[in-house]
Ligand binder design. Sequence first.
Ligand code: CAA
Length: 259
Amino acid sequence: MAFENLLLKKEGNVAILSINRPKALNALNTSVLEELNQAINTIEKDEEIYVVVITGEGKAFVAGADITEMKDKTPEEAREFANLGLEVFRKIELMEKPVIAAVNGFALGGGCELAMSCDIRVAGEKAKFGQPEVGLGITPGFAGTQRLARLVGAAKANELIFTGDMISAAEAEKIGLVNKVVSQEELMEKAMDLANKIASKGQLAVRYSKKAINRGIETDIETGMALERELFALCFATEDQKEGMTAFVEKRKPNFKNK
Ligand code: CAA
């Protein structure tokens, strides 16, 4: 599928989705968000794709929502725009397949929010994170107030959002905003290593685990444990469980079919 603002390719069982609007530092306008929505639908349906890596072309991951497009919006138009971003990012978060953000540069505002909607964040050492919206007279709009506070705690989220400060990849790792920092040159290789390692496991088990973590974190622990129990039981209705455990007993590598 051809996009104006995205590049989508497959390497084995991994999809690499790259935001490709480098002249505007990959800023998210309506058209980029709509294409992202389509790309996610395509990826979710493609049975050959097990894991997704999202990155940005050029020196930015994504430098935010498009300020030029937002500048003259009415409150109603702004609500509609926020809704689009919120829905697309929620779709990424809730899609069955795991998503890794390979953060190659600026991840600001909507860019930090996009990275936070992914399951795992790997950052290049030159990446920069921040929610600079208050400097533009607005709040974060694609769930930055919600996901940042959940990821790093309210105190750090308050500091970052109230000051609009940009932080380094090293600082982002220290506060738990990114999983790991790697050299700029090795970013895609390391993100792909991680993606391929996940792709080598039983995918139904990976997807059920994602669901249990995502849904469980939003609910009380009893409800979360009940969900985990049901998904655990469901695994025993799969061929992958038989294969995974038989392979262990037979001291060989499992050959998962994702069934
Ligand atoms: N929207 C629209 N255009 C943007 C953009 C954005 N968020 N960020 C960068 N650009 C454009 C610049 O206007 C510039 O375009 P021109 O060449 O046509 O002038 C081009 O990208 C390159 O940017 P700079 O020349 O500014 O590059 P730099 O290296 O000097 O600075 C930067 C990089 C610090 C990231 C700076 O571009 C910047 O501060 N960008 C805006 C960051 C920001 O405020 N993001 C939050 C947006 S609001 C939001 O995201 C709301 C939400 O939650 C939904």
